[in-house]
Write a protein that binds this ligand. Sequence first.
Ligand SMILES: Cc1cc2nc3c(=O)[nH]c(=O)nc-3n(C[C@H](O)[C@H](O)[C@H](O)COP(=O)(O)OP(=O)(O)OC[C@H]3O[C@@H](n4cnc5c(N)ncnc54)[C@H](O)[C@@H]3O)c2cc1C
Length: 125
Amino acid sequence: MSKHIVILGGGYGGLLTALTARKYLSAEEAQITLVNKTPFHQIVTELHRLAVGGLNEGNVALPLEKLLRGKDVDIRINTVEKIALDQKQVSLANGASISYDTLVIALGSETAFSAFRGSKKTASP
Ligand SMILES: Cc1cc2nc3c(=O)[nH]c(=O)nc-3n(C[C@H](O)[C@H](O)[C@H](O)COP(=O)(O)OP(=O)(O)OC[C@H]3O[C@@H](n4cnc5c(N)ncnc54)[C@H](O)[C@@H]3O)c2cc1C
């Protein structure tokens, strides 16, 4: 029976997970859904070049649809609001929910400004 793998996040972790899972699992073996809040995979490691004018925005934001074309991955552009582990269900900002058999959480990280007093004012992530 086909399993439903739901991947949250289309950054490095999420995108590579989707591509690798599809490499080893056929569409009959697994349905793969990737959820990301924007239609783009951001090349985070190149952002500094954008900041200093060495690149344009299109070079650091690649369409997920293009990167996953032909891979049989269902792309959902939406924000993840809640994960109900008991029910194996993810809720999205548009009110939809997605059930999963296997969940991959690859939503990135946030800067912990609380580590140093005053850093929120004086530092940038
Ligand atoms: C400026 C900069 C330069 C870096 N340079 C390097 C480097 O040279 N080498 C290196 O190894 N690492 C580098 N890193 C670190 C590297 O970018 C991260 O380790 C990597 O991006 C983490 O991947 P990830 O998939 O966990 O998260 P991310 O790449 O952050 O992806 C998270 C994804 O989840 C999505 N998302 C977040 N919240 C939600 C939500 N609620 N609902 C739906 N989608 C959501 C985001 O839109 C994003 O697409 C750099 C980081 C920065 C900021």
